[in-house]
Design a protein around this ligand. Sequence first.
Ligand code: ADP
Ligand code: MG
Length: 273
Amino acid sequence: MNTPRLVAAQPQAPLVPNPTPGGDFIQLRDVCKSYGEQLVVMDNMNLDMRADDRLVIIGPSGSGKSSLLRVMMGLEGIQGGTIGFQGKPYINGGKRCGKPLDESLRTQIGMVFQHYTLFPHLSVLGNLILAPMKVHGMSRAEATEKARSYLARLGLESKLHAYPSQLSGGQKQRVAIARALMLEPKLMLFDEVTSALDPEMVIEVQNVMLQLAEQKMAMIIVTHDMHFARHIATRVVFCANGKVVEQGPPEQIFTKPREARTREFLEKVVHLD
Ligand SMILES: Nc1ncnc2c1ncn2[C@@H]1O[C@H](COP(=O)(O)OP(=O)(O)O)[C@@H](O)[C@H]1O
Ligand SMILES: [Mg+2]
């Protein structure tokens, strides 16, 4: 069993320069999403999140956890309902099929996936500076400076000119996190980012996420690592059949789940103590 430890406070500049204060940060209202006619993955789903929340989404395989993150990232549309982000309309279902109404809001969300999505033909530096130059019109010099700074804070400065194929799995995921942070997101989405890693690399990635948590980054995390979930979550959300079945503080969900379905799921994936 991995035992992530909170890393000591870093003397360097924070990874999260301006965390958003509390408030209504994300509001999902009656969100409907299906693939084709049959497969409903979000069935009038409602979910609220404050900016100081770290939601860990748990649920059976195929229950739509990745779909939810992809919707938030604007990678997929929804058929019905609305999503608000930072108190503003963000995504509406229906006619525009759920594409973000406000592109500038979408760029405030960063995502890291299970399988490394670094561009293999670009160096670490190339991967980090691409979006800031393209999206924010940053100069190459400024973006490079920023990339150096983020990599240093993540202990990856020596990898600046390395290519993804020369990195370990854990290093790739840390670079993927650094790349997302380059755009100074207000929200980070993590979809099973340690599932494909060898055990000894899981901790280094989890430690970066814990560092972000300490610095008040708003996060939605999908993970099967219940130990880590318990450690990092302010709230655990159990989803099944397209709905939020139960949510609450990790202590409550992991030790006293109210719903039979939550209990059944947890009994399969974790030994409750
Ligand atoms: N692009 C897609 N087209 C059709 N079906 C999909 C697509 N993406 C996911 N699905 C299906 O939707 C369901 C939910 O998938 P997903 O969101 O990946 O669930 P989870 O991340 O909880 O395992 C699964 O049955 C999956 O096979
Ligand atoms: Mg998934």
